[in-house]
Design a protein around this ligand. Structure first.
Ligand code: CA
Length: 242
C-alpha cells in the first residue's frame, strides 16, 4: 500500500528535511521536498500529494497559513512539525485544519507511525465506517443540530452547514452514537481509525478542541462535549435517531 503514496516534506532546516526524506523513502513512500512555502505552493499546484509534513516555522510563510490554504482546497493529510510548547498552543487553538502534529525533536519511528496512521485514516471509504448509520438510521438530531451520517454533513440550529474535517466528523459520530456515556481517549482514537497511541498523544484533545470551537457557544464552558478528567469525553445532549 505504501508504494502509491506521494508525500511532500516542507521544512527549511536542511538536516531535518534530508532526514525526513530518507526516512520516508526507506519506508517506500514517494517523497518530494521543499524548503520554502512558495516552493510548496508550486508543487501542490502541479502534483497530487496524499500528505504533507509541514514545518510551522518557515522563513517566508507561516505554516498555519499554508495549512489553512491547503485544507480549503483539498483533502490532503497534514502533519504539522512544531518545536515549542507555544507552537502547540497555536496549532491546537487555531482553526487551521492540520490532522496531527509532531513536536521536534521527534523519534523517527513515531513520525513514520503517525504518517501511516493518517494515510490509513484518509484511505478509509467515506460512509463505510462501522460507527455510521447504526440500525440503518443515518440522521442524528440534538439541540436543534442535525447530523447526516450518510452525507457526512452537520447543520447548526440556524440551518447553516458546518464544515468538519474527516477526523472531526468521525470523532463526533462516535460521541453522538454513545451519547450520555463517557468514551475513553483510547476508544475515541479507535473510532477515528488511529492505531498508534502514546501516553502523550493529544490527537483526541486537539480534535475535541476544534469541534468545540465549531459547535459550542462558549468553547471554554462546553455544554455539548464534556470532559471527563483523566479519562475521556462525553456527548451531553439527548440524541434522536431518524
Ligand atoms: Ca523551521
Amino acid at each position: 500500500m505504501v508504494r502509491d503514496y506521494h508525500i511532500l516534506v516542507l521544512e527549511d532546516e536542511p538536516a531535518t528535511r534530508a532526514m525526513l526524506a530518507t526516512l520516508l523513502e526507506a519506508e517506500g513512500f514517494r517523497v518530494s521536498t521543499a524548503e520554502l512555502g512558495s516552493q510548496a505552493s508550486e508543487l501542490t499546484a502541479n502534483y497530487n500529494f496524499d500528505l504533507i509534513i509541514l514545518d510551522l516555522n518557515l522563513p517566508d510563510e507561516d505554516g498555519l497559513y499554508i495549512a489553512r490554504e491547503l485544507r480549503a482546497k483539498s483533502d490532503i493529510g497534514i502533519i504539522m512539525l512544531t518545536s515549542r510548547k507555544e507552537d502547540i498552543d497555536r496549532v491546537v487553538g487555531l482553526e487551521m485544519g492540520a490532522d496531527d502534529y509532531v513536536t521536534k525533536p521527534f523519534f523517527p519511528r513515531e513520525l513514520v507511525a503517525r504518517v501511516k496512521n493518517l494515510l490509513r485514516r484518509l484511505s478509509m471509504p467515506r460512509g463505510g465506517r462501522r460507527t455510521d448509520g447504526v440500525n440503518g438510521y443515518d440522521i442524528r438530531r440534538f439541540d436543534g443540530w442535525e447530523m447526516d451520517l450518510a452525507k457526512r454533513s452537520l447543520t447548526d440550529p440556524t440551518g447553516r452547514e458546518v464544515n468538519l474535517t474527516r477526523a472531526e466528523f468521525d470523532l463526533l459520530t462516535a460521541l453522538v452514537n454513545s451519547a450520555g456515556r463517557v468514551l475513553s481517549r483510547d476508544q475515541l482514537l479507535d473510532a477515528i481509525g488511529s492505531q498508534f497511541w502514546t501516553p502523550v498523544d493529544r490527537t483526541i484533545d486537539v480534535l475535541v478542541s476544534r469541534l468545540r470551537r465549531k459547535m459550542e457557544t462558549d468553547p471554554k464552558a462546553p455544554t455539548i462535549i464534556i470532559t471527563s478528567h483523566g479519562y475521556g469525553y462525553k456527548f451531553a445532549p439527548a440524541v434522536a435517531n431518524g
